[in-house]
Design a protein around this ligand. Structure first.
Ligand SMILES: Nc1ncnc2c1ncn2[C@@H]1O[C@H](COP(=O)(O)OP(=O)(O)OP(=O)(O)O)[C@@H](O)[C@H]1O
Ligand SMILES: O=C(O)[C@@H](O)C(=O)CO
Length: 423
């Protein structure tokens, strides 16, 4: 069917996050890993293209996003959503602002909004300042992020050096006055030449007002949550027909594998919690892998009963990650582990695994690539922003969940397996 909303996300777990929130509507949502090489064929009402552009050089991020836009336009989309991280992960040079401006230029639009708020996951914006739980962004663990350390909490100050046109704010007091007031405020700012407007939101009810006020904008930008109300708005006014294809749940064979390359505080807790369930687990050590390769873990995996959902993880404390990085190099350590987890995913699939849980954005990218997955259909949500996804890998129907490092509660891994049983 014709695509109603074309979405572009700057990383893989972020793309499943957005796709999962859109899929809460029950309407089919399709996720593409990278810009498809084929022109659009069987497209869904909501199409999400996942890029790996968050920390790419600005020029590459812009070029790749433009290609994604062209594909979505060919799928029939007239409205677009640019999804970045709910913690606004970016640097003074990009990539949030430059990509947004490139999309605005290509779409001929002169204003867009910026709303990374995701209240269900503790991200809120007040007077243009982003909070993670009760902490300002710059006092949260994001201040120490290895690639995009967020050392300012003010979104206008963060965005201004990334763009060429004026940046403004629509604050919570305006949002609280409703969609009409917000629309009037945006129009007044547009008349004064303000192209980029940060919009406050602290609760889902704010996001509903913002989505209603901005639903006719050619381009909206934000975290996933501000897009969540759009399907219901489109269904209500007939932009999306009530008989638009619904999400379907395919039948799956048993056999599960959990692969974790995320070292976030939450993933560390999730790995520890899963181990208390008695499930088999294997810890990857980067230094051992560098010396002797993946043979030992692959042998261990070949002896596992996949109905026990074994876990293979490189997840470690910040200190041991730093120690491994000091010896091997940051990128080298990461790539080594990603390649081993990807090899484990393929070996597990060939041994009969059909349910895959991947933790970490980079890790998820490596695993989906190794499994040859290019398109996923979105299923039930396990935790806010983390859905099950269905795909074909080497002619097998598989289910995959790609968990963003910071998302989910401590029992996420067991919750994910249980959710699939219940589906
Ligand atoms: N023990 C380790 N030592 C060094 N690097 C590691 C170790 N374990 C994992 N890594 C690497 O750290 C990186 C973790 O990034 P990844 O994006 O997968 O997780 P994340 O940052 O927690 O997730 P997200 O991007 O969704 O927030 C990967 O490149 C992974 O290979
Ligand atoms: O918005 C978020 O926090 C996540 O979807 C994400 O982008 C993970 O990398």
């Amino acid at each position: 069917m014709t695509t109603v909303l074309g979405c572009i996300a700057d990383d893989f777990t972020g793309a499943t996050d957005l796709a999962g929130l859109l899929a809460r509507s029950g309407v089919r949502v399709s996720l593409r890993m990278g810009v498809p090489s084929e022109p659009p064929g069987d497209t869904a009402a909501f199409e999400v293209i996942a890029l790996k552009s968050r920390t790419a050089p600005v020029k590459d991020a812009v070029a790749e996003t433009r290609q994604a836009l062209k594909w979505l336009q060919a799928a029939g989309a007239k409205r677009f959503f640019w999804k970045y991280c709910s913690t606004f992960d970016s640097t003074a040079t990009g990539n949030i602002g430059p990509v947004a401006e490139a999309l605005m230029d290509d779409l001929g639009c002169d204003q867009t909004i910026y709303c990374p708020a995701f209240p269900e996951n503790g991200r809120s914006i007040f007077m243009g300042n982003l909070f993670v739980g009760q902490q300002p962004l710059a006092e949260s663990p994001m201040k120490d992020h290895p690639l995009t350390p967020m050392q300012d909490s003010n979104l206008m100050r963060l965005l201004t050096p990334q763009v060429t046109r004026p940046v403004g704010l629509a604050d919570r007091l305006t949002v609280a006055r409703g969609a009409q007031a917000l629309r009037a405020d945006l129009a007044a700012q547009k008349a004064q030449g303000t192209a980029h407007v940060v919009v406050d939101a602290v609760a889902n009810s704010d996001l509903e007002i913002i989505a209603e006020a901005c639903r006719d904008m050619v381009l909206m930008t934000g975290g996933s949550a501000v897009a969540m109300p759009l399907p219901a708005l489109y269904l209500a006014d007939g932009t999306l027909s009530a008989d638009a294809p619904k999400a379907v749940t395919p039948t799956l064979e048993a056999g599960s594998i959990l692969l974790s390359g995320s070292c976030s505080a939450m993933t560390n807790k999730q790995v520890a919690q899963y181990q208390t369930t008695g499930a088999p687990s294997y810890q990857l050590d980067p230094l051992t892998l560098a010396n002797s390769g993946p043979q030992t873990v692959l042998e261990w995996l070949s002896k596992q009963d996949l109905s026990q959902a074994p876990l293979i993880y490189a997840t470690a404390s910040p200190d041991s990650v730093k120690a491994a990085q000091a010896k091997l190099g940051v990128a080298e350590a990461g790539e080594l582990i990603e390649s081993v987890l990807a090899a484990c995913a393929v070996a597990a699939r060939d041994a009969g695994a059909r349910r895959f849980i991947a933790a970490g954005g980079e890790t998820s990218g490596a695993i989906t690539k190794a499994l040859g997955v290019t398109q996923l259909d979105i299923g039930a949500e396990i935790a806010p922003g983390v859905p099950w996804c269905y795909a074909i890998s080497n002619s097998h129907q598989i289910a995959l969940t790609l968990k963003s490092g910071n998302f989910g509660t401590e029992t996420f891994f067991a919750d994910a397996l249980a959710k699939l049983e219940a589906a």
